[in-house]
Ligand binder design. Structure first.
Ligand SMILES: NC(=O)c1ccc[n+]([C@@H]2O[C@H](COP(=O)([O-])OP(=O)(O)OC[C@H]3O[C@@H](n4cnc5c(N)ncnc54)[C@H](OP(=O)(O)O)[C@@H]3O)[C@@H](O)[C@H]2O)c1
Length: 214
């Protein structure tokens, strides 16, 4: 598959590129905001980049792709306006562009807490609300979607093992971004994840096995 990686220069995005750069099954197109980022990404084995900003027009970025891995986010250092314009409206715009251009496969990096924004701490509510609106737009689209919802992310080396469920009953622990990247890539072709949203954290089960049992 030709896979557009959105948020390619980010923590999770770089792991995705590194894995896709070694893949025989997929070819990555890295969506970046600054041309200066492409030299770094080439070191990960990626030669194709496209310049696009989620706050502007994105149609040209999705054209010719088979799938989208959405791993972008405005981050915690910007205010609620950016959370709405990037995490929410940017993601929704991309879903619409995918529908328009026949890019059927869409894997969204969401978060635990997005189902029930009012449950979280006040400081996080705007973020959970934005993620929920993006997830809902994808669910309501005509696309073959997967919504992956990790708990707290870490920069640790991946273990390749997770616990996953539609709803976890214990949110303790973290999950390395490297494992989130693997979950997203494996989800591309594992039909057990199609049309589903699921939560996950580090655990004892191999990623592919855990995804097959969803
Ligand atoms: N932190 C957590 O504990 C946690 C938990 C669950 C889920 N998540 C979700 O996981 C996702 C990835 O997190 P991360 O920490 O790996 O990401 P990250 O390192 O913060 O990277 C985010 C990426 O999004 C890109 N981006 C920001 N605004 C953009 C725009 N307007 N147009 C295009 N790209 C834009 C950034 O581009 P530049 O490189 O150009 O700045 C960056 O490459 C986020 O959606 C976050 O909500 C996080």
């Amino acid at each position: 598959m030709k896979v557009l990686v959105v948020g390619a220069n980010g923590g999770t995005g770089r792991h995705i590129l590194e894995m896709l750069g070694k893949s025989n099954d997929h070819q990555a197109v890295a969506m970046i905001r600054e041309i200066t980022q492409s030299a770094e990404l080439e070191k990960l084995g990626i030669s194709e980049t496209v310049l696009a900003d989620l706050e502007n027009e994105v149609d040209h970025a999705v054209e010719g792709c088979d799938a989208i891995l959405f791993a972008a986010g405005s981050g915690s250092k910007t205010g609620p306006e950016k959370t709405v314009s990037v995490d929410q409206e940017g993601a929704i715009k991309l879903v619409k562009a995918a529908e328009k251009h026949g890019v059927d496969r869409f894997v969204m990096l969401s978060t635990v807490g997005a189902d029930d924004p009012d449950y979280g701490p006040d400081s996080m509510k705007h973020y959970f609300k934005a993620k929920k609106k993006a997830d809902d737009a994808l669910r309501e689209s005509s696309l073959t979607y997967t919504i992956v919802k990790p708990g707290r992310l870490s920069y640790d080396t991946g273990t390749g093992k997770i616990r996953a469920a539609v709803k976890l009953d214990d949110y303790s622990g973290e999950i390395p971004r490297e494992d989130v990247a693997k979950v997203m890539i494996e989800s591309l072709t594992l039909e057990s994840t199609y049309g589903k949203a699921f939560e996950f954290l580090s655990g004892d089960t191999d990623i592919v096995e855990a995804l097959k049992s969803l």
